[in-house]
Design a protein around this ligand. Structure first.
Ligand SMILES: Cc1ncc(COP(=O)(O)O)c(C=O)c1O
Length: 376
């Protein structure tokens, strides 16, 4: 399919190609100095005493977060209803029950602190939140209720690379935070993720989970540091590699500029779409912090047939998507999780328009012209 405007495009240039080549030529491609460099640079960006561990992908990061929070069989974890399925899956594969909390309203698609609190029971071990599209959740009440009920907070920051809440970086509020660096993310390396914590014990726990609970890594052995290792607890192979860590370092250095380009693109979308045909654009007038504009979601009017609009836009060469189908619609979860009426409504009517740092204003005009024409 030859798109005129793709949903997403990589923001890569010679810097990424050079970084990969340098790593390949170094002769060391599994976790080593590039990974350490990426983790330190990421931790420095976050501040607040963050300690970071780069991992294989965002789902691995979430799985580690759930386990490190101590959630398992018999426990409940409250999860967002409007999110990628990895949030729920990471809880379920850990043996805990996932309890959905709804979003706040038809214009604020972040988890509703009041609904989170309503879902807390004596079995609740943790609350997992997602900063949808890179718009910060309402952190003050969420932090307050987590403290009051003594439950851990896990931040899914997959959309939130570089975002803030009241001036503080997203991913520094929870006990454990998880990022995805999947191809379509603001920081993209193909597959990859990051875990951030601010507590030494949690850091060690996550480190054990990342690499089979082994006390020594291959890189230490080649450095001649230690030939033998112990296994201090069961764990996985959730390691990243040097090739992707070197991509991560370059992408991190470009993140601020790339996010600024998204700001300009989204401003143009707002200019074109404000007041059009009963469209709802979520988060207009957002004032909780600086969003990362990971995606460009809109809510179509109730009477509009979304499938028809998506097909018509496809014929115009414009790729669209849905973020996200209702969790209640998936076979694995149908009838097994509670209703979340607001997010279920959003799931039925949401449409995601193309957005990436190098999108041009002309391309945005093509998208908006096509959308408006087919809405009429
Ligand atoms: C909100 C959210 N959480 C978690 C993930 C999982 O990340 P990954 O695909 O890197 O495993 C994604 C990625 O698509 C996501 O968008």
């Amino acid at each position: 399919m030859q798109w005129k405007v793709q949903l997403f495009q990589l923001n890569y240039d010679q810097r990424e190609y050079d970084a990969v080549e340098e790593t390949l030529r170094s002769g060391w491609i599994t976790m080593g100095p590039k990974t350490q460099g990426f983790e330190s640079a990421y931790a420095a960006e976050l501040g607040e005493g963050s300690m970071c561990l780069a991992v294989a992908n965002g789902t691995a990061a979430l799985h580690m977060a759930v386990l490190a929070a101590g959630a398992g069989p018999g426990d409940e974890v409250i999860v967002p209803s409007l999110t990628f399925i990895a949030d729920l899956n990471s809880v379920r594969v850990s043996g805990a029950d996932a309890v959905l909390a709804d979003v706040t309203s038809i214009t604020d698609w972040s988890m509703d602190p009041a609904d989170i609190e309503a879902k807390i029971t004596p079995r609740t071990k943790a609350v997992m939140i997602v900063h949808y599209a890179g718009y910060a959740c309402d952190m003050d009440p969420i932090l307050e209720l987590c403290r009051r009920h003594n439950v851990a907070l896990i931040e899914d920051c997959a959309h939130a690379n570089g975002g803030t809440y009241k001036g503080r970086k997203l991913g520094t509020f929870g006990e454990i935070s998880a990022w995805s660096f999947f191809s379509n993310k603001n920081l993209a390396i193909g597959e990859g993720g990051m875990v951030a914590v601010r507590d030494r014990d949690l850091y060690q726990k996550c480190k054990n989970l990342r690499s089979h609970g082994m006390t020594v890594a291959s890189f230490d052995r080649i450095q001649g540091r230690a030939a033998n290792y112990d296994v201090i607890e069961p764990g996985f192979n959730y390691r990243i590699d040097e090739i992707r860590a070197s991509l991560g370092l370059v992408q991190l250095s470009k993140l601020q500029e790339a996010n600024a380009a998204r700001v300009r693109a989204v401003a143009h979308y707002f200019e074109r779409l404000d007041g059009v045909n009963d469209l709802v654009i979520p988060y207009r007038g957002f004032d909780r912090g600086i969003p990362t504009y990971h995606i460009m979601p809109i809510l179509l009017p109730e009477h509009v047939d979304r499938a028809r609009i998506m097909e018509a836009m496809k014929e115009d060469g414009i790729q669209t998507s849905i973020h996200y189908p209702a969790i209640q619609s998936f076979s694995a979860y149908k009838g097994k999780v509670g209703p979340t009426p607001i997010s279920e409504y959003i799931s039925e009517h949401e449409l995601t328009l193309p957005l990436y740092p190098t999108i041009t204003m002309e391309q945005i005009d093509l998208v908006c012209d096509s959308l408006v024409r087919h809405l009429a």
